[in-house]
Every structure is written in structure tokens, then in C-alpha cells.
Design a binder for this molecule. Sequence first.
Ligand code: P6P
Length: 342
Amino acid sequence: MKKTYLTRYLVEQERDHGHVPPGLRLLLEVVARACKRISLAVNKGPLGDVMGSADSANVQGEIQKKLDIIANEVLIEANEWGGHLAAMASEEMEGIHVVPNRYPQGEYLLLFDPLDGSSNIDVNVSIGTIFSVLVKPEGAGVSEQDFLQAGVKQVAAGYCVFGPQTTLVMTVGDGVAAFTLDREQGSFVLTQEHLRIPEDTKEFAVNMSNQRHWAAPVQRYIGECLQGRDGPRGKDFNMRWVGSMVADVHRILTRGGIFMYPWDQREPEKPGKLRLMYEANPMSWLIEQAGGLATDGKRRIMEIEPSHLHARVSVFLGSRNEVERVTGYHRAESAAPGQAAA
Ligand code: P6P
């Protein structure tokens, strides 16, 4: 069977669809190469000095795993010399990383969560790298303000899931494509194109241990799922929760489902746990490109104007009809408090 490698896919996207200018193609190939290197480090596990925690915390105040730092450094080193980027931003860095003057600066901004789900590293459960690409606004220099663009401004987004296979999933606005790493060849091979999410599902993904802290609309939605075929939904539901957004989103892109990380009352000033710029926005674009929906309970995630680089957001994404339902419950609650509990 003829194999299409990542380079050929990107060249054809550039030539046939005009979605991938040369600078963006280089950026995506460099990110893919960095993901291969991260995959090698992840796969070493206890055989390499990559397990356990570093004695440091990130800007979120979370203890960093050694692999968080390794993955961040791999992405920085791989991307700063090519001349395609002006700057980078990462979950693991407080401020932006401007491409050093010794290298030419390009027009793109790269944002990433270098290793999402890192609490799963030490227990050998799937983790992943998430990335998002924006275009730097006109003007001299680059600042954090240049990154504060809504998700609809993305020109590329994707993730690499380090699981039983290492799979790179991306969109440049022409559907979602998946590439599986052929370790003998050392290349990503196109294995799925134009992924589509079923509009309905019987599978939800949420951390149920937080249930007592949720707002009424989420209580209602999950409560109805748990009532199964004897309840208002008239069907039984299944639950999955990997604790790694990349793994949960990959499952939803593959077979449908709804994923949520809602606001909860423990830290009411925080809209949610997940980060808008380098988790929710790239995942939302992938989900929408595959026919799904992504909201914060009230509005489309990709229309949110970010207030700052590490802004957080509530996330409901996946099968369109389910996300519409839970979003509808939130809107009903806003219109008539107490309504959602009906
Ligand atoms: P919890 C990983 O830390 C992450 O940011 C997402 O990848 C994942 O979906 C979520 O947090 C898991 O959170 O509270 O269930 O550990």
C-alpha cells in the first residue's frame, strides 16, 4: 500500500489547498520531529533518567515532572533556529520565549503544553504534547500581547499522543488527519484523514470525584446520563476518564463521546482547570474540524478573547448533540436560575 508520509501530506496541502505556506510547513515538520524525540524519551521510562519529579514548580504552581522539562526543552531547541517563528509560549514557562537574535525571526507564534497528563508518566498511562499556531500581528518585535488571540485565529493545531502507538493528529483547517509513527522508518505515516465525530454518543468523560462541586447544569446533565435507559435520556451511558486530555480527546476523535472539565465551587474565581491557549483552543479546533462542538458551557471556546497567556476555561467538547444539550442547560440556568435542575 502506498504510504503518505507527513511531508508529502503537507506539500499536497500547500500545493492543492493553499492551507500550508512554506514557513508553516517547516514549522509543522519541526514540531513533528520534536514529538518523535519526546516519544523516545517517554518510551525510555525507568531505563532513562526521565521519571519522577524535578525539584521545581511551573507557573501554575504544579510540581514539574522531569519529562515536563525535557519535553519543553526539546520543543524550544527544535523550533528556535529555523526562522519560521517569532516566539513560543508554554505551560511550563511564565513568560514567552522570544527567538534569540542570533536566529532569524519568522511570522508564526507557537504555543504548547509540552507534556499534558504528566501525572500519568510514572504509571505508564498515555500522555501527549499539544500545540497551537498563531500568526504574529504586524509590527516590530513580539510581546505576550501578540499571543492573546482568540482560537479562531489559529492556523494550525494538533497533538501527539504517546500511547500504544505514537500518533500525531493535526488540522490546518482542511479536516483532521492522523499520522502514526513508523519507528523502523522514523517517519509519521498518514493513517487517517478527515476524521469525523458522531453527533450522538453514549460515552462521557469527566472526573466524577468532583461531582459535589459542580454547578446545577452539569449536575443535571451527568445525573441524567447516570439514570440510563430508565431516565430522561432513554439509554445507558458508559464513562471513561484517563486523566490525560490528549488520550480522552483522541478517543473522542476516534469513536465519539463528550469530554468535560467544568467550573467547580472550590475555586469559584477560576473558570476551570484547563488552559485556554494551549489546551482548550487547539483541542477545540480539532473537534470542530471533525464535526463536533466545543464550548465553555455558554459560548464557543474558540471565540473567547484571552485575558492572559495562562488563562483557564471550562471545557465541554465532543459529539455535537451532547455538547449542545449541556450548553443548553447552562443557558437555561443563566436565563432562569434553578431552571437547570428541572
Ligand atoms: P484531574 C492533566 O493534568 C490535565 O490538565 C488534563 O490533561 C486532564 O484531562 C486533567 O488535567 C485531569 O485532571 O483533576 O482529573 O487529575
